[in-house]
Design a protein around this ligand. Structure first.
Ligand SMILES: *[C@@H]1O[C@H](CO)[C@@H](O)[C@H](O)[C@H]1NC(C)=O
Ligand SMILES: *[C@@H]1O[C@H](CO)[C@@H](O)[C@H](O)[C@H]1NC(C)=O
Length: 383
């Protein structure tokens, strides 16, 4: 116990020292959050992506996704072999050695974690306290700079109505403790005004969090029966406008997808938006996941000449369908990422976010340009 405390003390002293080393970092610039999906290590062939493939100079904040909630209500690694045994956490926060202004956060939650356990944890002050303890221990042990809370979603998917208030309480208590350690608190929220009002106590959130990351993508789920937009600008604008009624616009961060949603059409003559699909699109060679394609996988398809490409300016999305065949993809291009980054500036938001850096172009054979992230950088850091 004593040795543990001394370790904590030493780690925290070195944090203070590092914070001094980072005194020269810009304080008024936009934030660029980049998620790293830890399962990207399992992708095929040269598509496999580890923390060592991250360029530490690209983003202001990196988020490691995901950790989860244990049966006992504490934060836990969901892949301890890679996160801990093979030092994924350590390698990730170690990227700060190459960029002292970089902040590294750990995300908890995600779609697969669901809601039920979280709903129970926030419901009782003693559970919340035990959870907060476990968070501090894990963050300090691995030198993370904060926690990103990705509960999907309070009051939904097995949650209860009281989640809204209880999650607000948890965030308030969490921030009180994180502040003592100089650690950040962010949350990820869906592109939905309906879930906003059902799930989030925005007044409590504005007081407690450093940033609210709006997941401005996944508008059409993989199991949809019809084609639809991936990240429609009109829905994004409605969600942003609803958030900035109570939350400072400088805390709002707009997330963009470095991936596309694909479907197999029912009928090759019906290839627009809202037409019937037979199922998710065929998995990409590298990503190996039906209905999901990385940015380079999309680029190689749409630049092949085999697809008809359609742009929609209202949605600021593209879709493409194979001239002979049933393949259909909704995606973004450098043009729409630029549009969205300019929207971030025009609304005076806090910055942008990319889900996720491991599906950007990262390797020589995949152009190694980090095209999505760099396109956002060009606009956000123009001055
Ligand atoms: C962490 O870095 C070491 C040294 O480069 C590497 O051997 C290891 O595979 C990395 N771990 C993960 C999970 O990527
Ligand atoms: C890589 O870049 C070249 C030239 O800009 C382009 O023609 C090619 O399609 C790109 N490949 C991928 C996989 O993005």
């Amino acid at each position: 116990m004593k040795a543990q405390f001394i370790t904590l003390l030493l780690v925290s002293l070195s944090c203070v020292w590092l914070a001094h080393a980072a005194d020269d970092c810009p304080t008024n610039q936009k934030a660029l959050f980049c998620y790293f999906a830890n399962w990207a290590i399992y992708r095929n062939d040269i598509g496999a992506f580890t923390t060592n493939d991250i360029d530490p100079s690209l983003c202001t904040h990196l988020i490691y996704a995901f950790s989860g909630l244990s049966e006992y209500g504490g934060i836990q690694s969901l892949d301890s072999y890679n996160d801990v045994t093979r030092a994924g956490f350590h390698n990730f926060t170690g990227l700060k050695a190459q960029n002292p202004c970089l902040k590294t956060l750990l995300a908890i939650g995600g779609w697969n974690e669901g809601s039920r356990k979280y709903s129970v944890m926030v419901s009782d002050q003693r559970y919340r306290e035990a959870f907060i303890d476990s968070v501090i221990r894990l963050l300090v042990q691995y030198d993370f700079d904060g926690l990103d809370f990705d509960w999907e979603y309070p009051s939904e998917r097995g949650g209860v109505a009281a989640d809204k208030q209880n999650f607000g309480l948890l965030l308030k208590e969490l921030k009180q403790t994180l502040s003592k350690w100089d650690l950040l608190l962010t949350i990820a929220v869906p592109m939905s005004t309906y879930i906003l009002s059902a799930a989030y106590d925005t007044t409590a959130i504005n007081a407690a969090v450093d940033y609210v990351l709006i997941m401005g993508y996944d508008y059409t789920p993989v199991n949809s029966q019809v084609t639809g937009w991936l990240s429609p600008q009109n829905e994004i604008a409605a969600t942003v406008d609803a958030w900035i009624k109570t939350v400072d616009s400088s805390k709002i961060v707009l997330g963009v997808p470095a991936y596309g949603r694909s479907f197999t059409l029912d009928n090759s003559n019906q290839n627009g938006i809202g037409v019937a699909v037979a199922g998710p699109g065929e998995a990409g060679f590298y990503t190996g996941e039906p209905g999901f394609l990385s940015y380079p996988e999309i680029q190689s398809k749409v630049q092949s000449g085999l697809y008809t490409i359609v742009k929609d300016s209202t949605a600021q999305n593209y879709y493409a369908y194979r001239k002979s065949g049933l393949d259909w993809i909704c995606f973004e291009t450098e043009e729409t990422y630029t549009y969205k980054a300019n929207y971030v500036l025009s609304k005076n938001l806090g910055g942008a976010m990319v889900w996720s850096i491991d599906t950007d172009e990262f390797r020589h054979e995949l152009n190694s340009t980090f095209a999505v992230t760099n396109t956002l950088r060009k606009v956000l850091f123009a001055n």
